[in-house]
Design a protein around this ligand. Structure first.
Ligand SMILES: *Cc1c(COP(=O)(O)O)cnc(C)c1O
Length: 400
Protein backbone atom coordinates (compact mmCIF):
# COMPACT_ATOMS: atom_id res chain seq x y z
CA UNK A 1 0.00 0.00 0.00
CA UNK A 2 1.47 3.32 -1.08
CA UNK A 3 2.05 5.96 1.51
CA UNK A 4 1.30 3.79 4.55
CA UNK A 5 4.54 4.85 6.25
CA UNK A 6 4.54 8.43 5.03
CA UNK A 7 4.18 9.77 8.54
CA UNK A 8 7.75 8.58 9.24
CA UNK A 9 9.01 10.38 6.17
CA UNK A 10 9.31 6.96 4.49
CA UNK A 11 7.89 6.99 1.00
CA UNK A 12 7.01 4.15 -1.30
CA UNK A 13 5.20 0.83 -1.52
CA UNK A 14 5.60 -1.76 1.20
CA UNK A 15 4.84 -5.44 1.27
CA UNK A 16 2.46 -6.95 3.86
CA UNK A 17 5.32 -8.27 6.06
CA UNK A 18 6.61 -4.73 6.47
CA UNK A 19 3.18 -3.20 7.05
CA UNK A 20 2.35 -5.84 9.68
CA UNK A 21 5.32 -4.66 11.76
CA UNK A 22 5.45 -0.95 10.96
CA UNK A 23 2.07 0.06 9.52
CA UNK A 24 0.01 2.62 11.40
CA UNK A 25 2.57 3.42 14.09
CA UNK A 26 2.45 6.99 15.35
CA UNK A 27 5.26 8.08 17.69
CA UNK A 28 4.70 10.54 20.48
CA UNK A 29 7.08 13.35 21.44
CA UNK A 30 9.04 10.80 23.50
CA UNK A 31 10.16 8.80 20.48
CA UNK A 32 9.19 5.41 21.92
CA UNK A 33 10.23 2.48 19.70
CA UNK A 34 7.28 0.20 20.51
CA UNK A 35 3.72 1.39 20.08
CA UNK A 36 2.47 3.42 23.05
CA UNK A 37 -0.53 2.32 25.07
CA UNK A 38 -2.73 5.37 25.66
CA UNK A 39 -4.89 4.38 28.62
CA UNK A 40 -7.10 7.43 28.77
CA UNK A 41 -10.82 7.81 28.36
CA UNK A 42 -10.74 11.44 27.27
CA UNK A 43 -8.44 14.08 25.78
CA UNK A 44 -7.81 17.71 26.73
CA UNK A 45 -7.99 20.75 24.49
CA UNK A 46 -5.79 23.83 24.44
CA UNK A 47 -8.75 26.22 24.45
CA UNK A 48 -12.51 26.46 24.34
CA UNK A 49 -12.24 27.19 20.63
CA UNK A 50 -10.24 24.03 20.01
CA UNK A 51 -12.75 21.96 22.00
CA UNK A 52 -15.53 23.34 19.83
CA UNK A 53 -13.63 22.55 16.63
CA UNK A 54 -12.84 19.00 17.75
CA UNK A 55 -16.49 18.35 18.66
CA UNK A 56 -17.79 19.72 15.37
CA UNK A 57 -15.23 17.73 13.40
CA UNK A 58 -13.74 20.91 11.91
CA UNK A 59 -10.39 19.90 13.44
CA UNK A 60 -9.20 16.28 13.33
CA UNK A 61 -8.12 14.80 16.66
CA UNK A 62 -9.15 12.78 19.66
CA UNK A 63 -12.04 13.79 21.91
CA UNK A 64 -13.24 10.80 23.89
CA UNK A 65 -12.24 7.14 23.74
CA UNK A 66 -15.67 5.98 22.63
CA UNK A 67 -14.92 7.90 19.40
CA UNK A 68 -11.19 7.32 18.99
CA UNK A 69 -7.94 6.61 20.81
CA UNK A 70 -4.41 6.75 19.32
CA UNK A 71 -3.58 3.12 20.21
CA UNK A 72 -6.83 1.92 18.64
CA UNK A 73 -6.13 4.07 15.55
CA UNK A 74 -2.70 2.42 15.15
CA UNK A 75 -4.35 -1.01 15.18
CA UNK A 76 -6.98 0.12 12.66
CA UNK A 77 -4.40 1.49 10.25
CA UNK A 78 -2.21 -1.59 10.48
CA UNK A 79 -5.08 -4.01 9.85
CA UNK A 80 -6.40 -1.84 6.98
CA UNK A 81 -2.94 -1.95 5.37
CA UNK A 82 -2.89 -5.76 5.60
CA UNK A 83 -6.39 -6.15 4.14
CA UNK A 84 -5.58 -3.69 1.34
CA UNK A 85 -8.45 -1.56 2.66
CA UNK A 86 -8.73 2.20 2.61
CA UNK A 87 -9.98 2.22 6.20
CA UNK A 88 -10.79 0.10 9.23
CA UNK A 89 -12.95 0.57 12.31
CA UNK A 90 -12.11 -1.54 15.38
CA UNK A 91 -14.79 -2.92 17.69
CA UNK A 92 -14.99 -4.58 21.10
CA UNK A 93 -15.45 -8.09 19.65
CA UNK A 94 -16.10 -9.92 16.40
CA UNK A 95 -19.84 -10.00 17.11
CA UNK A 96 -19.99 -6.25 17.71
CA UNK A 97 -18.19 -5.77 14.37
CA UNK A 98 -20.93 -7.74 12.60
CA UNK A 99 -23.69 -5.93 14.52
CA UNK A 100 -22.13 -2.54 13.74
CA UNK A 101 -21.72 -3.38 10.06
CA UNK A 102 -25.37 -4.41 9.69
CA UNK A 103 -26.91 -1.58 11.74
CA UNK A 104 -24.71 1.01 10.00
CA UNK A 105 -25.86 -0.02 6.54
CA UNK A 106 -29.34 -1.56 6.90
CA UNK A 107 -32.66 -0.38 8.34
CA UNK A 108 -36.07 -1.80 9.14
CA UNK A 109 -37.50 -3.63 6.14
CA UNK A 110 -34.11 -4.44 4.60
CA UNK A 111 -33.07 -8.00 3.82
CA UNK A 112 -29.86 -10.02 4.05
CA UNK A 113 -28.85 -13.13 2.13
CA UNK A 114 -26.41 -15.12 4.24
CA UNK A 115 -24.62 -18.43 4.21
CA UNK A 116 -26.35 -21.22 6.15
CA UNK A 117 -23.01 -22.26 7.64
CA UNK A 118 -22.08 -19.04 9.47
CA UNK A 119 -20.59 -18.86 12.97
CA UNK A 120 -23.36 -19.83 15.46
CA UNK A 121 -23.64 -16.44 17.18
CA UNK A 122 -23.91 -14.73 13.78
CA UNK A 123 -26.87 -16.97 12.92
CA UNK A 124 -28.51 -16.08 16.26
CA UNK A 125 -27.82 -12.38 15.71
CA UNK A 126 -29.41 -12.41 12.25
CA UNK A 127 -32.33 -14.74 12.92
CA UNK A 128 -33.32 -13.53 16.42
CA UNK A 129 -31.97 -10.11 17.36
CA UNK A 130 -31.91 -8.38 13.96
CA UNK A 131 -35.18 -10.05 12.93
CA UNK A 132 -36.82 -8.23 15.88
CA UNK A 133 -35.71 -4.91 14.41
CA UNK A 134 -37.35 -5.78 11.08
CA UNK A 135 -34.14 -6.75 9.25
CA UNK A 136 -34.74 -10.24 7.86
CA UNK A 137 -32.34 -12.87 6.58
CA UNK A 138 -32.58 -15.73 4.10
CA UNK A 139 -29.97 -18.43 4.66
CA UNK A 140 -28.69 -20.30 1.61
CA UNK A 141 -25.99 -22.81 0.78
CA UNK A 142 -22.50 -21.38 0.85
CA UNK A 143 -21.49 -23.38 -2.21
CA UNK A 144 -24.43 -22.59 -4.53
CA UNK A 145 -24.21 -19.10 -6.17
CA UNK A 146 -27.54 -19.73 -7.99
CA UNK A 147 -29.27 -20.02 -4.60
CA UNK A 148 -27.89 -16.60 -3.58
CA UNK A 149 -29.15 -15.06 -6.83
CA UNK A 150 -32.59 -16.67 -6.35
CA UNK A 151 -32.88 -15.34 -2.77
CA UNK A 152 -32.46 -11.68 -3.81
CA UNK A 153 -35.52 -9.45 -3.20
CA UNK A 154 -36.01 -5.78 -4.05
CA UNK A 155 -35.16 -4.95 -0.41
CA UNK A 156 -31.96 -7.06 -0.28
CA UNK A 157 -29.05 -4.87 0.86
CA UNK A 158 -26.35 -7.31 2.00
CA UNK A 159 -24.70 -10.65 1.17
CA UNK A 160 -22.92 -12.01 4.26
CA UNK A 161 -20.54 -14.96 4.04
CA UNK A 162 -17.72 -16.64 5.91
CA UNK A 163 -15.22 -18.75 3.98
CA UNK A 164 -14.00 -21.40 4.67
CA UNK A 165 -17.01 -22.27 6.82
CA UNK A 166 -16.84 -23.69 10.32
CA UNK A 167 -16.52 -26.62 10.87
CA UNK A 168 -16.95 -28.24 7.42
CA UNK A 169 -14.62 -25.86 5.50
CA UNK A 170 -17.12 -25.16 2.71
CA UNK A 171 -15.83 -22.50 0.34
CA UNK A 172 -17.91 -19.54 -0.89
CA UNK A 173 -16.88 -18.23 -4.29
CA UNK A 174 -16.17 -14.59 -3.32
CA UNK A 175 -15.69 -13.45 -6.94
CA UNK A 176 -18.92 -15.06 -8.21
CA UNK A 177 -21.07 -13.89 -5.27
CA UNK A 178 -19.68 -10.34 -5.53
CA UNK A 179 -20.55 -10.23 -9.24
CA UNK A 180 -24.13 -11.39 -8.53
CA UNK A 181 -24.57 -8.88 -5.69
CA UNK A 182 -23.09 -5.89 -7.49
CA UNK A 183 -25.50 -6.26 -10.41
CA UNK A 184 -28.23 -5.33 -7.90
CA UNK A 185 -26.22 -2.80 -5.84
CA UNK A 186 -26.02 -5.20 -2.91
CA UNK A 187 -23.07 -4.96 -0.51
CA UNK A 188 -20.89 -8.04 0.06
CA UNK A 189 -19.34 -8.60 3.51
CA UNK A 190 -16.94 -11.45 4.26
CA UNK A 191 -16.07 -12.71 7.73
CA UNK A 192 -12.33 -13.33 7.16
CA UNK A 193 -11.62 -14.68 10.64
CA UNK A 194 -10.36 -18.11 9.56
CA UNK A 195 -7.96 -17.02 6.82
CA UNK A 196 -6.84 -13.59 8.03
CA UNK A 197 -5.50 -11.16 5.39
CA UNK A 198 -2.33 -13.26 5.20
CA UNK A 199 -4.13 -16.17 3.48
CA UNK A 200 -7.07 -14.37 1.81
CA UNK A 201 -7.90 -10.76 0.94
CA UNK A 202 -11.63 -10.60 0.16
CA UNK A 203 -11.52 -6.96 -1.02
CA UNK A 204 -9.10 -7.96 -3.81
CA UNK A 205 -11.64 -10.63 -4.87
CA UNK A 206 -14.53 -8.16 -5.18
CA UNK A 207 -16.06 -7.97 -1.69
CA UNK A 208 -17.01 -4.55 -0.27
CA UNK A 209 -16.35 -5.11 3.43
CA UNK A 210 -14.33 -7.50 5.59
CA UNK A 211 -15.16 -8.28 9.20
CA UNK A 212 -12.87 -9.87 11.75
CA UNK A 213 -13.02 -11.50 15.10
CA UNK A 214 -9.55 -10.28 16.09
CA UNK A 215 -10.00 -12.53 19.14
CA UNK A 216 -8.85 -15.48 17.03
CA UNK A 217 -5.72 -15.40 14.86
CA UNK A 218 -5.01 -11.67 15.09
CA UNK A 219 -4.44 -11.93 18.84
CA UNK A 220 -3.38 -15.51 18.25
CA UNK A 221 -2.59 -16.18 21.87
CA UNK A 222 -6.03 -16.32 23.46
CA UNK A 223 -5.78 -13.15 25.54
CA UNK A 224 -8.28 -10.50 24.46
CA UNK A 225 -11.51 -9.93 22.54
CA UNK A 226 -11.60 -7.61 19.57
CA UNK A 227 -13.12 -7.08 16.16
CA UNK A 228 -12.91 -4.90 13.08
CA UNK A 229 -14.65 -3.83 9.89
CA UNK A 230 -12.39 -2.96 6.91
CA UNK A 231 -13.30 -1.44 3.55
CA UNK A 232 -13.58 1.82 1.62
CA UNK A 233 -13.81 4.89 3.86
CA UNK A 234 -17.33 5.87 2.74
CA UNK A 235 -18.57 2.48 4.02
CA UNK A 236 -16.49 2.28 7.23
CA UNK A 237 -17.44 5.89 8.09
CA UNK A 238 -21.04 4.70 8.53
CA UNK A 239 -19.78 1.98 10.90
CA UNK A 240 -17.80 4.61 12.82
CA UNK A 241 -20.91 6.79 13.20
CA UNK A 242 -22.83 3.84 14.64
CA UNK A 243 -19.95 2.97 16.97
CA UNK A 244 -19.33 6.43 18.41
CA UNK A 245 -22.99 6.59 19.41
CA UNK A 246 -23.80 2.97 20.29
CA UNK A 247 -20.46 2.35 22.01
CA UNK A 248 -19.01 -1.15 21.38
CA UNK A 249 -15.56 0.37 20.89
CA UNK A 250 -12.28 -1.55 21.15
CA UNK A 251 -10.42 -0.81 24.40
CA UNK A 252 -6.95 0.73 24.12
CA UNK A 253 -5.38 -2.14 26.03
CA UNK A 254 -6.90 -4.75 23.73
CA UNK A 255 -5.86 -2.71 20.68
CA UNK A 256 -2.29 -2.65 21.98
CA UNK A 257 -2.27 -6.46 22.42
CA UNK A 258 -3.76 -6.90 18.93
CA UNK A 259 -1.21 -4.52 17.35
CA UNK A 260 1.58 -6.75 18.61
CA UNK A 261 -0.42 -9.79 17.45
CA UNK A 262 -0.42 -8.44 13.88
CA UNK A 263 3.40 -8.29 13.92
CA UNK A 264 3.69 -12.08 14.16
CA UNK A 265 0.46 -13.00 12.34
CA UNK A 266 2.14 -14.11 9.13
CA UNK A 267 4.73 -16.29 10.87
CA UNK A 268 2.08 -17.91 13.04
CA UNK A 269 -0.65 -18.55 10.47
CA UNK A 270 1.80 -19.87 7.90
CA UNK A 271 3.44 -22.25 10.38
CA UNK A 272 0.03 -23.32 11.70
CA UNK A 273 -1.34 -23.96 8.22
CA UNK A 274 1.76 -25.91 7.16
CA UNK A 275 1.27 -28.12 10.24
CA UNK A 276 -2.49 -28.38 9.53
CA UNK A 277 -1.79 -29.58 5.97
CA UNK A 278 0.50 -32.28 7.33
CA UNK A 279 -2.03 -33.30 9.98
CA UNK A 280 -4.83 -33.42 7.37
CA UNK A 281 -2.79 -35.73 5.10
CA UNK A 282 -1.92 -37.97 8.07
CA UNK A 283 -5.58 -38.18 9.16
CA UNK A 284 -6.74 -38.90 5.60
CA UNK A 285 -4.45 -41.95 5.52
CA UNK A 286 -5.49 -43.08 9.03
CA UNK A 287 -7.49 -46.36 9.17
CA UNK A 288 -9.78 -45.04 11.98
CA UNK A 289 -10.72 -41.86 10.11
CA UNK A 290 -13.69 -41.90 7.73
CA UNK A 291 -13.29 -38.47 6.13
CA UNK A 292 -11.20 -35.30 6.35
CA UNK A 293 -12.44 -31.79 5.52
CA UNK A 294 -9.50 -29.54 4.68
CA UNK A 295 -9.44 -27.10 1.70
CA UNK A 296 -5.74 -27.78 1.09
CA UNK A 297 -6.35 -31.48 0.32
CA UNK A 298 -6.87 -32.49 -3.32
CA UNK A 299 -9.83 -34.58 -2.09
CA UNK A 300 -11.71 -31.44 -0.89
CA UNK A 301 -14.65 -31.00 -3.31
CA UNK A 302 -13.79 -27.30 -3.77
CA UNK A 303 -10.00 -27.58 -3.62
CA UNK A 304 -9.47 -25.68 -6.89
CA UNK A 305 -11.79 -22.83 -5.88
CA UNK A 306 -10.18 -22.62 -2.44
CA UNK A 307 -6.71 -22.39 -3.95
CA UNK A 308 -7.89 -19.66 -6.35
CA UNK A 309 -8.76 -17.36 -3.44
CA UNK A 310 -6.62 -18.55 -0.50
CA UNK A 311 -2.84 -18.94 -0.45
CA UNK A 312 -3.08 -22.09 1.69
CA UNK A 313 -5.63 -24.42 3.26
CA UNK A 314 -5.60 -22.63 6.62
CA UNK A 315 -5.01 -23.96 10.11
CA UNK A 316 -8.30 -25.73 10.83
CA UNK A 317 -8.78 -29.42 10.11
CA UNK A 318 -12.12 -31.18 10.55
CA UNK A 319 -12.45 -34.95 10.38
CA UNK A 320 -14.92 -37.74 11.00
CA UNK A 321 -13.84 -40.75 12.99
CA UNK A 322 -15.22 -44.17 12.06
CA UNK A 323 -18.14 -44.41 14.48
CA UNK A 324 -20.32 -41.91 16.30
CA UNK A 325 -20.28 -39.79 19.47
CA UNK A 326 -18.67 -42.48 21.68
CA UNK A 327 -15.71 -42.89 19.33
CA UNK A 328 -15.29 -39.13 18.83
CA UNK A 329 -15.36 -38.53 22.59
CA UNK A 330 -12.76 -41.30 23.05
CA UNK A 331 -10.37 -39.30 20.89
CA UNK A 332 -11.14 -36.06 22.77
CA UNK A 333 -10.83 -37.65 26.20
CA UNK A 334 -7.43 -39.21 25.45
CA UNK A 335 -5.87 -35.91 24.46
CA UNK A 336 -3.29 -34.84 27.00
CA UNK A 337 -1.95 -31.90 25.01
CA UNK A 338 -4.78 -30.59 22.82
CA UNK A 339 -7.06 -28.23 24.78
CA UNK A 340 -10.72 -29.26 24.88
CA UNK A 341 -12.27 -25.89 24.06
CA UNK A 342 -14.42 -24.32 21.39
CA UNK A 343 -11.93 -21.50 20.83
CA UNK A 344 -9.62 -21.42 17.84
CA UNK A 345 -6.81 -19.37 16.41
CA UNK A 346 -4.48 -19.91 19.35
CA UNK A 347 -0.82 -21.02 19.43
CA UNK A 348 -2.14 -23.88 21.60
CA UNK A 349 -3.94 -26.53 19.53
CA UNK A 350 -7.62 -26.98 20.39
CA UNK A 351 -10.10 -29.81 19.77
CA UNK A 352 -13.89 -29.53 19.63
CA UNK A 353 -16.76 -32.00 19.18
CA UNK A 354 -19.19 -29.70 17.32
CA UNK A 355 -22.32 -31.91 17.65
CA UNK A 356 -22.26 -31.67 21.46
CA UNK A 357 -20.87 -28.14 21.87
CA UNK A 358 -20.93 -25.39 19.23
CA UNK A 359 -23.82 -27.05 17.35
CA UNK A 360 -25.39 -28.74 20.39
CA UNK A 361 -28.43 -26.48 20.63
CA UNK A 362 -29.80 -27.12 17.16
CA UNK A 363 -32.05 -30.12 16.55
CA UNK A 364 -30.47 -33.46 15.55
CA UNK A 365 -32.30 -33.22 12.21
CA UNK A 366 -30.95 -29.72 11.49
CA UNK A 367 -27.50 -30.88 12.56
CA UNK A 368 -27.62 -33.85 10.21
CA UNK A 369 -28.84 -31.60 7.37
CA UNK A 370 -25.87 -29.31 8.03
CA UNK A 371 -23.49 -32.28 7.84
CA UNK A 372 -22.46 -32.07 11.51
CA UNK A 373 -22.27 -35.80 12.26
CA UNK A 374 -21.74 -37.33 15.71
CA UNK A 375 -18.28 -38.56 14.67
CA UNK A 376 -17.06 -35.12 13.61
CA UNK A 377 -14.11 -33.42 15.35
CA UNK A 378 -12.52 -30.03 14.66
CA UNK A 379 -8.87 -29.33 15.38
CA UNK A 380 -7.48 -25.78 15.25
CA UNK A 381 -3.77 -26.39 14.84
CA UNK A 382 -1.37 -24.35 16.98
CA UNK A 383 2.40 -24.16 17.14
CA UNK A 384 3.34 -27.34 19.05
CA UNK A 385 5.52 -29.98 17.31
CA UNK A 386 3.39 -31.81 14.75
CA UNK A 387 4.74 -35.18 15.98
CA UNK A 388 3.37 -34.44 19.45
CA UNK A 389 -0.04 -33.49 18.03
CA UNK A 390 -0.24 -36.72 16.00
CA UNK A 391 0.77 -38.79 19.05
CA UNK A 392 -1.90 -37.05 21.14
CA UNK A 393 -4.64 -37.87 18.62
CA UNK A 394 -3.30 -41.40 18.06
CA UNK A 395 -3.87 -42.25 21.74
CA UNK A 396 -7.62 -42.11 21.25
CA UNK A 397 -7.77 -43.14 17.60
CA UNK A 398 -5.94 -46.40 18.37
CA UNK A 399 -8.73 -47.34 20.82
CA UNK A 400 -11.56 -47.01 18.29
C1 LIG B 1 -15.35 -16.17 17.07
C2 LIG B 1 -15.96 -15.79 15.79
C3 LIG B 1 -16.79 -14.67 15.69
C4 LIG B 1 -17.17 -13.83 16.90
O1 LIG B 1 -16.08 -13.18 17.43
P1 LIG B 1 -15.98 -12.69 18.97
O2 LIG B 1 -14.70 -11.95 18.98
O3 LIG B 1 -16.00 -13.94 19.81
O4 LIG B 1 -17.16 -11.85 19.23
C5 LIG B 1 -17.29 -14.34 14.45
N1 LIG B 1 -17.01 -15.06 13.36
C6 LIG B 1 -16.22 -16.16 13.42
C7 LIG B 1 -15.95 -16.92 12.18
C8 LIG B 1 -15.67 -16.57 14.62
O5 LIG B 1 -14.90 -17.66 14.67
Amino acid sequence: MAGALEKFGIDGDYLPETLAVRGGQERSQFGEHAEALYLTSSFVFKSAAQAAKRFSGEEAGNVYARFSNPTVSMFEERLAALEGAEACVATASGMSAIMALVLAHLKQGDHIVASNSLFGATVQLFSNILARTGITTTFVSQTDPAAWAAAIRPETKLFFLETPSNPLTEIADIRALSAIAHEKNILVAVDNCFCTPILQRPLDLGADLVVHSATKYIDGQGRVLGGAVCGPKHLTDEVFKYLRTAGPTLSAFNAWVLLKGLETLKLRIQAQSTAAAELAAWLEAHPKVARVYYPGLASHPQHALAMSQQTSGGAIVTFEVKGAREQAWTVVDHCQLLSITANLGDTKTTITHPASTTHGRITPEARAAAGISEGLLRVAVGLEAIEDLKADLERGLSLI
